[in-house]
Design a binder for this molecule. Structure first.
Ligand SMILES: C[S@@+](CC[C@H](N)C(=O)[O-])C[C@H]1O[C@@H](n2cnc3c(N)ncnc32)[C@H](O)[C@@H]1O
Length: 264
């Protein structure tokens, strides 16, 4: 199946700005991506033009589409860069709605600061082009469920009125999501760790399930080791990845090929 110049379900070794220029307007259902930020890592010397890329992303998203933009901030001489918020504000200035600001909390983080608390999160900006058409809320088990005597209303005398009520077995997640990182946390694919900054497979999967449906097209313009593509494939979505480094493109293709033996 083709989309613009591309066969779907492939990772392309290309600068995403060039890659997106070969896609038609309003064609992508979901982006789940983590761009390079604040030159924290060199990624083989490649850099990216944020503002032009943001405008291309706006053009190619369907009006019902969602962009999940996952970023943190560098600390330079005790000063946080706030690149995350600057990028979010730029997205808003070109027409995106900031549908939510979610937190990706890392369970195990080795980076300590001597004069501040250990940073353990990144932002997940949820950007909507126009109308959010798909929201499949993920749920978690409640601590207590079944029938219990519940407080029904406090009277002026302070005595609680209790009645038998039913507690739900599940509740919708909050917008803070926590994941283990590293081998066995982010992924079990050893080859993926040749990339310096992967995000957890479960994180990608949770967004894909939340904001898209089977058969939708999921793009990662900064595909890295191919985590979003891999989870899109597992979740029966079409995927497309752009990655500027040939070495990382190769890693992502290896991960996707491993899936072929396991899945179908
Ligand atoms: C934070 S990493 C993404 C990691 C990915 N989420 C994963 O789980 O493997 C960002 C990636 O963007 C790539 N990159 C940088 N500039 C790019 C550009 N202009 N076009 C496409 N990819 C680019 C880098 O090489 C790097 O692999």
């Amino acid at each position: 199946m083709k989309l613009g110049a591309y066969e779907l379900n492939e990772i392309y070794n290309i600068d995403c700005l060039e890659g997106m220029k070969n896609l038609p307007d309003n064609c992508i259902d979901l982006i789940v991506t983590s761009p390079p930020y604040d030159n924290l890592r060199t990624y083989k010397g490649f850099c990216f033009q944020f503002e032009d890329i943001a405008k291309e992303i706006y053009r190619i998203m369907k009006p019902t589409g969602i962009v999940v933009w996952i970023v943190g901030d560098k600390i330079d001489k005790g000063n946080k860069s706030l690149t995350s918020f600057k990028q979010c504000l730029f997205f808003q200035s070109i027409g995106f709605k900031v549908h939510d600001i979610m937190i990706y909390r890392k369970k195990n983080t080795p980076f300590m600061r001597s004069n501040a608390y250990t940073n353990c999160y990144e932002f997940m900006f949820i950007l909507a082009k126009d109308k959010v058409a798909t929201f499949n809320p993920l749920k978690t088990k409640t601590a207590r469920s079944g029938y219990e005597m519940l407080v029904a209303g406090k009277k002026a005398d302070g005595i609680n009125n209790k009645v038998m009520g039913h507690l739900n077995e599940e509740k919708v997640l909050t917008n803070i999501w926590e994941y283990a990182v590293g081998l066995g946390g982010s992924t079990n694919d050893k080859v993926a760790f040749k990339h310096p900054a992967i995000f957890p497979e479960k994180l990608a999967q949770d967004h894909i399930l939340s904001w898209s449906n089977e058969g939708d097209v999921v793009l990662d313009p900064f595909s890295g080791s191919g985590t979003t593509a891999k989870m899109a494939k597992i979740c029966h979505r079409h995927y497309l990845g752009f990655e500027i480094s040939p070495e990382y493109t190769d890693i992502s293709r290896q991960r996707l090929a491993q899936l072929d033996d396991l899945l179908f």
